[in-house]
Design a protein around this ligand. Structure first.
Ligand code: PNS
Length: 183
């Protein structure tokens, strides 16, 4: 994290950490960040370097995409972390971990994670925000599957992410033309 940004995030206002894999970031994630900025002074988007999840995009690629997307949003800082979230949070002045909830199916996983984090660090609370209705069906996993199979993900992820997905899932020229990717 650049030194100036680190300084700016010390002891100033209410800070929330928004942790996740962001593999890749979707408009669902962006919607959560934008709404969180109405409540918090600053939001730290913390990208987990979870290699065991075998991410499609390297942490460097994910950082680059998320930084580009929020480059004109001064109250958002983008960083990555390895290891436990609570250890990363302890290096910041955030007291809240922010997570989006799409449907009841997310609840059990989120409840376990929030409870484990609270057991590890009683100072850390998890705040859930319901995903907006336009994005409740959007997840990084389904975006990757649809993109891999040549489906359209425009409108669900930023254009930059659409381009990166196309680069990752290079399709044969005939299929690209058929899908209108080369127009
Ligand atoms: O976007 P994801 O994959 O649902 O995010 C999950 C994430 C990265 C927030 C979670 O796996 C995490 O916090 N990983 C860091 C390791 C950790 O702290 N684990 C203990 C919590 S169960």
């Amino acid at each position: 994290m650049p030194k100036e940004k680190k300084e700016a995030f010390k002891n100033t206002g209410k800070v929330a950490i928004y942790p996740g894999s962001f593999d890749p970031i979707t408009y669902g994630h962006i919607d959560v960040v934008e709404r969180a900025l109405e409540i918090f002074d600053k939001v730290i988007v913390a990208i987990a370097e979870n290699e065991e999840k075998r991410p499609l995009f390297s942490v460097e690629d994910r950082l680059e995409m998320v930084k580009t997307i929020f480059r004109d949003t001064p109250n958002v800082m983008v960083d990555s972390f390895k290891g436990l979230l609570v250890d990363y949070v302890s290096k910041t002045n955030a007291k809240v971990s922010l997570r989006g909830l799409r449907a009841t199916s997310d609840f059990e996983y989120e409840f376990h994670m929030a409870s484990m984090n609270r057991s590890l660090s009683p100072q850390l609370d998890t705040l859930f925000m319901m995903t907006s209705k336009d994005y409740f069906f959007v997840s990084s996993r389904t975006i990757k599957e649809v993109a891999r199979l040549g489906g359209a993900v425009e409108g669900l992820v930023p254009d930059l992410v659409v381009r990166r997905l196309r680069e990752k899932f290079k399709l044969p020229v005939a299929k690209r033309k058929h899908l209108g990717w080369d127009d």
